[in-house]
Write a protein that binds this ligand. Structure first.
Ligand code: NIG
Ligand code: FE
Length: 412
């Protein structure tokens, strides 16, 4: 099956051979081709270029993209879309003056979602989660990482990871699974942290590894959650079971989680709302991708990741949604890109790089995703007719997506 897209007003994120992330000043450059064509064979990009060099091909299907942009689909490297129910009451409680921390301290927050999840059947969780997955695919996401972490019991965590596995089997979008058993301490382990860590290491991890249910291991390293030594212990156990770390750090406090992640070759360190100069310096010349989650900052009214300082220090930056019921009930990468420009002062080029190629890097899928490159998956967004790609962050409330292709097929 050959699909040809012609008359593309501008083809974005064109990288000839690149399989590397972009950092610092390079983030300001978004390579494009104006008046372009693109060829898809089966599920892969097999050719692209200027319309002046359009080859003669017998296409099975031709899409005319006159006036439209084509770009690689968003790579959302941090989500928690498998969950049960919602936390809209906590949202209203916060409007009425309670803080996220106060809600968590009285047994709400992550523990509230864990209760709901453990009371739900696997089928119920699958049905709710697949609706969220389809929603984000229609919003242009073509690769997504999904975490466990609302089970906090052996059964609950395995149930979540099986749901993620089933989503990956039933949908053509690329899905990476992350084990986040260390998301919070269950109430019965409040005074016995090592007891729960032992459950993670001795009960959960062996089952997960045996059934190949996860690619990565995550820990919420934060005051009131997992300390740095606890985080290190869990990362080390995950690594022994073949899971690379990808961790939650510096959401509310800088306590050394970034340095611990780097020490354990974390693929990414995520959140980063609170960054010290030492934290920024520690990330220099490492393979660890910093990931910002601006819609979490927006929803919780907490600081935004200091993107300008980080990019000026030569660091790369990725953008992701953090879609979850507590801190970010939204999986809209278009909003993330716009918010990064509006609130973090990233340029449109930087934000698009952060949401595509660097997002792919934060999921370890640079060879197949994140840019328009021959041999990469044909996971693409075709926009509505727009004057320039600046519209994407500028018209922040509009749906500018005309069509989404996943593995070369239009996803309706
Ligand atoms: O990334 N910070 C930790 N975990 C999630 C939120 C969890 C929740 O409130 O349910 C996050 O923001
Ligand atoms: Fe998160």
């Amino acid at each position: 099956m050959i699909t040809l897209i012609i008359n593309i007003k501008e083809l974005l994120q064109v990288r000839e051979t690149s399989i590397s992330k972009v950092s610092g000043a390079e983030m300001a450059i978004l390579p494009t081709i104006k008046n372009a064509f693109l060829v898809i064979k089966d599920n892969l990009i097999t050719d692209f270029g200027s319309m002046n060099n359009l080859p003669k091909i017998n296409a099975d299907k031709t899409i005319d993209a006159t006036g439209k942009m084509v770009l690689p689909s968003w790579c959302d490297s941090h989500t928690h879309i498998v969950y049960a129910g919602n936390r809209e009451q906590e949202f209203v409680d916060r409007i009425n003056g309670l803080t996220y921390e106060e809600i968590a301290n009285r047994g709400g927050g992550i523990l509230n979602s864990a209760k709901k999840l453990n009371e739900s059947t696997e089928e119920e969780i699958y049905d709710q989660s697949k609706a969220r997955l389809e929603e984000i695919m229609r919003l242009g996401t073509g690769a997504v990482e999904i975490k466990s972490g609302y089970g906090l019991t052996v059964d609950g965590e395995l149930k979540m990871l099986r749901v993620i596995q089933r989503l990956a089997q039933n949908y053509s979008i690329t899905i990476k699974a992350t084990f986040l058993g260390a998301h919070a301490f269950p109430l019965e382990y409040k005074e016995n942290h090592q007891g729960y860590i032992d459950v993670i290491i001795n009960k959960m991890l062996p089952e997960i590894a045996k059934n190949k249910l996860a690619d990565f291991i995550d820990v919420f390293c934060e005051t009131g959650y997992f300390t740095v030594p606890e985080t290190e212990q869990i990362m080390e156990a995950g690594i022994r079971f073949g899971l690379k770390p990808k961790i939650h750090v510096n959401q509310f406090n800088s306590i050394g989680g970034i340095q611990a992640g780097i020490k354990h070759y974390a693929l990414s360190v995520d959140h980063l709302e609170v960054m010290t100069t030492e934290d920024i310096n520690a990330l220099k010349n490492t393979e660890t991708m910093p990931v910002a989650l601006p819609s979490c900052s927006y929803f919780l009214s907490i600081p935004y990741t200091p993107a300008r300082e980080m990019i000026a220090a030569g660091l790369p930056l990725a953008l992701a949604t953090d879609y979850n019921p507590g801190s970010t009930p939204s999986g809209n990468m278009n909003f993330v890109v716009a918010t990064a420009c509006i609130k973090m002062k990233m340029t449109p080029e930087e934000a698009i790089n952060a949401a595509t190629i660097n997002g792919a890097s934060a999921m370890g899928i640079l060879e197949t995703h994140g840019s328009v490159t021959i041999g990469k998956k044909a996971n693409l967004i075709i926009t509505k007719p727009i004057p320039s790609y600046y519209q994407l962050p500028y018209a922040f409330g509009s749906n500018l997506i005309d069509a989404v292709l996943i593995e070369g097929e239009i996803f309706e």
